[in-house]
Each structure stands twice: as structure tokens, then as C-alpha cells.
Design a protein around this ligand. Structure first.
Ligand SMILES: [Ca+2]
Length: 488
């Protein structure tokens, strides 16, 4: 090889590792990706998933054009592990992100989802929370120009061409606030931390993080409409604190009219100790009034977040590139709103391990898909839809075929982990199997999802279920062995 040819060859190799230049025609025939993710959003709170109290017209509008998945599951039931997993295409045990601190999934020099797009000529940006960020305990200080000028949380800088933060006042927002959790005598002020707090805030949408996120996302769509983009828009509501402008609370006032899930005497008697969620009505000392207000405050946050989704979608329409933009809407995990007197995330029951997921690809028919999908499938699926080279050995699967044929199945079960409780879930169509500790020594839950979809009766101890439990134990052991084999 002559010297200059060798140089060119080396330059190409070098360039392909950082940012492959686009051919001229590639600029027009590639889909953009608009990835919208909410934080701590249970699918049960969305009107397109059947909620009749909390109306989410803007998310419903995406569902009306796209494919709405009814059996989508996160791989970790809280922010850090879930986000590192779907951004890398690997399970939490493979990425090593089982908590909140790792700055980057441990995937060696392999590209994350957005980084893969960046490496192939896309403008890749995030607005606000895509990898883990503290909400609150971070988001309120991001980019305030002072001592935390660039609060980026557990972000991965290599994943982005540019990144933007959206600081908001969170629990300090002026308005009517109340701390619901651990405040039985009502004397506590409104506090921060991972605490149930409701604030009906003064001022408009843009006082808060998500309002700023919508404005920035709209700006970026307009500015980058002429090049392929991968834009991650991370809304922080309905994560606590439940802060939103007053008008979003109105449909849920008085909060006392909110209806709590059915309470069944002895509901906890057949639940192993790690299966009792880390937040309960009991340990949060929330009476019925506070429980109902928690639901109203949560719904108001969802309604506010939905309105911001509408602004981003309006900007996409106005940009003229909606017809070549894939839109994805999801959440990092679900949330309990009082089922079994459980609250918040971590649990491996459907309300917490299940997620809303809508994928809308221009030109494809709207549908509802009941096949199992996992959030880590998004990376290989969207890369495939955009014609990018396949990343070898990702643990996610390409589910793009479901967008043409919603009866297609690529998984027999969904898998999720709750590292905080050493809990593992295998969710099959007819059964949910939950196990605590890798050897199941801290307990098992088995639910018949046809007869008991709300998971009230644990069948794991019944003699007639012994064979089924043994089968699930073996399947779980096999899954745990495979998911660690990331072979980087
Ligand atoms: Ca979260």
C-alpha cells in the first residue's frame, strides 16, 4: 500500500471509530430518532393504557399513530440500572450498573445506543435525564451557573454530540406544598430527597425542569432538522417531588375523590419479606387522605409531563421532518400507586416492572402489540430501522418486525431485576415468577396471571405448583448465567 493510500486507510479507520462521515444521500434517507422518556411513570396512569381519571392526550396521540406495547418491561426497577441497560443494550449485571454511581456502563469501548448513531453521522443530543440523574438531589442544581455548573448525573459524555440540562426548583417551587411521607402530625415542612411531596406550584410550565426541557428540545429539532438526529428528551415527572403548576391539579381536586386500589385483608400474609416494597402506606405513615393526595399529585405531574410531550411533538410537526422521524415514548420503569399498599418503584410486580412503550415509525400502521419486549431491545431495533450496522453481541433483540406484524414474538418471557432487593423476575404470558436471592433463599412468588392479574395470591408454596416452581428456578438459573456472559 502506498503511503498516501495507507494514510487514507488509517484515516478512514480512525474516522469510523469516532464519526463516520455521511454520504450525501444519507442525509435525506435516514430516519431521525426522537426518544422521549418519562421518569417513574407507570403505564396504569395513561389514558391510552386505560386510565379513565388521568388524561394524557398527547401521549395518546403518539399511540394512535404508532405501535403501543402492552407487555414491555424494564430490566432494572429503578433509574440507574434501567437507564444504563437500555442505553447500552445489556442487562444490568453485564453493565455493572446496579445502583446509581457508575459513570458509564462497563461495556468497554463498545458504543452506547446514541453513541452508535453519533458514530454514524448522527447529531446525538440529550436534553435532561437520559442516563441517571438525581431527581431531586441534582436536577435542581443542573447548569445554574454556580458551583454545580454542569451537573450531569451518571451521564456518559461519549454518548453525545451535545448535552443540555434543565434545572428546576423542584420541592422549593413556590405554591401549596405538603410533605405526605413520614409526616403524620403534619408539622414537617416541604422537603427534598426521595420523599412523597406534592406541590401545586405558582407560575407557568417553564418554571420547572420539564417545561424547560420541552423548549430546548423544540429548539434542537428546529436547528437540526436538516441532518439526521438522535434526540433524547428526558422528562423528570412524575418522579417525586410531585410538583406541577396549579392548573394540572384541578381535574384531581379535591384529592379525596381519588380512588385507591382495593385493600384486601391479609394481602401481605403470603408475600416473602423482600417482596414487601420498600415504600408502603404503613412505613410512610400515610393515612387514606395522604394516599389519595399522593395519587392526585402524581396524576397532576403526569398531566403536566404529557403537556410538555405535546410541545415537543408540535415542534416536530412544525419542523417538516415528522415524516422521517421515529418517535419512541417510554419510562425507565413503572410505579406503585397504592396497589397492595405499596408505593413507588423497586417492586417486580407488573405496575413497577412493566413500562409504557410506544414506537411510531412513519408509514407504518398503528397497532397494539401484546408480545413481550424489553427496554434493552430498543437499541438494536432502532439501529435496524435506521439501517445502521448491527452491533454484535448486544443482549437486546431486534423487535422491528413487530411494527409490521404485531403478532410476532421474539421472547417467551421478560426479565427484570431489583438489585436493592436481590430480586429477579421472569414474566411469562400466563405466569409471573419472582425470586429473591440467586438461590431463591429469601423467597419466591408465583402468580397465575390469567386468574389473578392483580397478583393477590402467591401460589409458590402450593404442593401442586412444585413442578412449575422447579421449572422456573431452572429457567432463572439459566437466564442469570447467560446475562452475565457479556463477553466484551
Ligand atoms: Ca426513574
Amino acid at each position: 500500500m502506498k503511503n498516501h493510500a495507507l494514510f487514507t486507510f488509517c484515516l478512514l479507520i480512525f474516522t469510523s471509530a469516532s464519526a463516520l462521515p455521511l454520504r450525501a444521500d444519507e442525509k435525506t434517507d435516514r430516519y431521525n430518532v426522537l426518544f422521549i422518556i418519562s421518569d417513574d411513570l407507570t403505564y396504569t396512569a395513561l389514558s391510552c393504557y386505560g386510565n379513565e381519571v388521568c388524561q394524557t392526550p398527547n401521549i395518546d396521540a403518539i399511540a394512535a399513530k404508532g405501535v403501543r406495547f402492552t407487555r414491555a418491561y424494564c430490566q432494572g426497577t429503578y433509574c440507574g440500572p434501567s437507564r444504563a441497560s437500555f442505553m447500552s443494550g445489556y442487562y444490568p449485571h453485564a453493565t455493572g450498573v446496579l445502583g446509581y454511581t457508575n459513570p458509564r456502563p462497563q461495556i468497554g469501548d463498545r458504543a452506547t445506543w446514541s453513541q452508535h448513531f453519533k458514530n454514524h453521522g448522527y447529531y446525538a443530543a440529550r436534553v435532561s435525564k437520559i442516563f441517571h440523574m438525581g431527581v431531586p438531589g441534582g436536577i435542581e442544581i443542573g447548569g445554574d451557573g454556580r458551583d454545580h455548573d454542569n451537573y450531569n448525573g451518571a451521564d456518559d459524555i461519549l454518548s453525545w454530540t451535545e448535552r443540555f440540562n434543565s434545572p428546576g426548583p423542584e420541592w422549593k417551587a413556590p405554591g401549596d406544598g405538603e410533605t405526605l411521607e413520614g409526616n403524620p402530625d403534619g408539622k414537617k415542612p416541604v422537603i427534598g430527597g426521595n420523599t412523597f411531596v406534592v406541590v401545586a406550584a405558582d407560575g407557568d410550565d417553564e418554571v420547572h425542569s420539564d417545561g424547560k426541557t420541552a423548549v430546548k428540545a423544540a429548539e434542537l429539532i428546529a436547528a437540526h432538522k436538516d441532518e439526521p438526529f438522535w434526540l433524547g428528551v428526558g422528562f423528570v415527572r412524575p418522579h417525586v417531588p410531585f410538583v406541577s403548576p396549579r392548573k394540572y391539579h384541578e381535574p384531581f381536586l379535591p384529592y379525596d375523590k381519588m380512588v385507591l386500589p382495593e385493600k384486601i385483608e391479609g394481602d401481605w400474609d403470603d408475600i416473602p419479606k423482600p417482596g414487601i416494597n420498600y415504600k408502603t402506606s404503613e412505613n410512610m405513615k400515610m393515612d387514606l387522605r395522604r394516599q389519595k393526595k399522593a395519587i392526585g399529585g402524581y396524576y397532576a405531574s403526569v398531566a403536566y409531563m404529557d403537556a410538555q410531550v405535546g410541545k415537543v411533538m408540535a415542534a416536530l410537526e412544525a419542523s417538516g421532518v415528522a415524516d422521517k422521524t421515529i418517535v419512541i415514548f417510554t419510562s425507565d420503569h413503572g410505579y406503585h400507586l397504592g396497589e397492595h399498599d405499596f408505593w413507588a418503584k423497586v417492586s417486580l410486580r407488573d405496575e413497577s416492572a412493566g413500562v409504557p412503550l410506544i414506537i411510531s415509525v412513519p408509514g407504518k400502521k398503528p397497532a397494539v402489540c401484546d408480545s413481550f419486549v424489553e427496554l434493552l431491545d430498543l437499541y438494536p431495533t432502532v439501529a435496524s430501522l435506521c439501517g445502521l450496522p448491527k452491533q454484535e453481541r448486544l443482549q437486546g433483540k431486534d423487535i422491528s418486525g413487530m411494527l409490521d406484524d404485531p403478532t410476532l414474538e421474539v421472547r417467551d418471557a421478560a426479565f427484570s431485576v431489583a438489585p436493592m432487593r436481590k430480586g429477579f423476575l421472569l414474566r411469562e404470558r400466563d405466569w409471573a415468577y419472582l425470586q429473591y436471592e440467586e438461590d431463591a433463599s429469601k423467597g419466591i412468588e408465583l402468580f397465575d396471571m390469567k386468574k389473578d392479574p392483580l397478583q393477590y395470591t402467591n401460589l409458590a408454596e402450593l404442593p401442586e405448583q412444585a413442578d412449575r416452581v422447579a421449572e422456573f428456578k431452572a429457567k432463572m438459573a439459566a437466564k442469570l448465567a447467560v446475562l452475565r456472559a457479556n463477553d466484551l
